[in-house]
Design a protein around this ligand. Sequence first.
Ligand code: HEC
Ligand code: HEC
Length: 198
Amino acid sequence: MNIRAAAVIFSIVLTVWLQPAAAEGDPQLGKEQGFTCLGCHGIEGQRNAYPSFRVPRLGGQKSAYVEAALNAYRAGTRPHPTMQAQASSLSDDDIDNLVAWLATYGEAKDSATAEQVAGVEAARICVTCHGVDGAGVQPAPPTLAGQHEDYLVHALNRYKAGERTGNVMGAFAATLTKADIELIASFYASQDGVQTLK
Ligand code: HEC
Ligand code: HEC
């Protein structure tokens, strides 16, 4: 190999190597900024006032989903006045940093087994995306295991009412009865999974 070819290859390798990975945030900056988030997401059992439901657990939630949720609140496409206010002033870098900080809590696995789900008729379709079989599904479906029961009910009702749109969930929630929603919510809430931030 001549010197010029070697130099070209070396510079390509160096460029690739020096390139920061896409959307890599700084977890330390995220932690500082995330201090306000802990006022709700870091208090076990903290409630949203109207309607009353417990603030969703974020510890162990999938990074791609957290990022999508923050973008949706910021864009105003996902309704919730408080979270929209929290997200409205965030830059793309702020979101990357918050996501990097939350990723330090690790990623919880949906721990439902096929046998357990088989006992919950209405949840069988759900595990295609949310659960043991759901790895690699795009866009990243959130982890439901370990989530607060009343938050899951609230979220499913929002999809059913067409208030949280722009994703696949409207079609799945539309088929669920009130009893299905209660059964599914208590099923996922009883699993090990996401946790309140510490
Ligand atoms: C005043 C309380 C409060 C504060 C402060 C707060 N949140 Fe939230 N957050 C909520 C509530 C309530 C919801 C559920 C809203 C809904 O129904 O969409 C939520 C939802 C979320 C979700 C979506 C979770 C899911 O499972 O869909 C993410 C991500 C999130 N918050 C991140 C943050 C971050 C990051 C911060 C800090 C910058 C923050 N929140 C600050 C109350 C709060
Ligand atoms: C084709 C894949 C797919 C299937 C099947 C599916 N979901 Fe989802 N689910 C998603 C995606 C993607 C999201 C995130 C949508 C968004 O950003 O609002 C989601 C979001 C949710 C949420 C919101 C969680 C949160 O933290 O806010 C709940 C609850 C939920 N799904 C329950 C169910 C239930 C119950 C079923 C079965 C009846 C089901 N899903 C079937 C892909 C799926």
